[in-house]
Ligand binder design. Structure first.
Ligand SMILES: [Zn+2]
Length: 65
């Protein structure tokens, strides 16, 4: 199993909690991890702080605007 290296950031337009442990903020971003064929692998929701933390060192495609 290889780690996904590309991540798309999408605006989170539904109400969901940030999935980071101990974080109680509302998610503002959907992080969609792509596999090496650029197919969606899995996704998670995160607040602004954790979205930038989770996407560090990954190849980010920002779709939020
Ligand atoms: Zn958070």
């Amino acid at each position: 199993m290889t780690e996904p290296e590309v991540i798309e950031l999408w605006p989170c337009d539904y109400i969901a909690p940030c999935t980071a442990r101990e974080c109680r903020r509302r998610a503002t971003t959907i992080l969609r991890y792509l596999d090496n064929q650029e197919r969606p692998d899995h996704q998670t929701n995160a607040c602004d702080n954790h979205a930038s933390g989770l996407s560090v060192a990954l190849n980010v495609i920002d779709r939020r605007r």
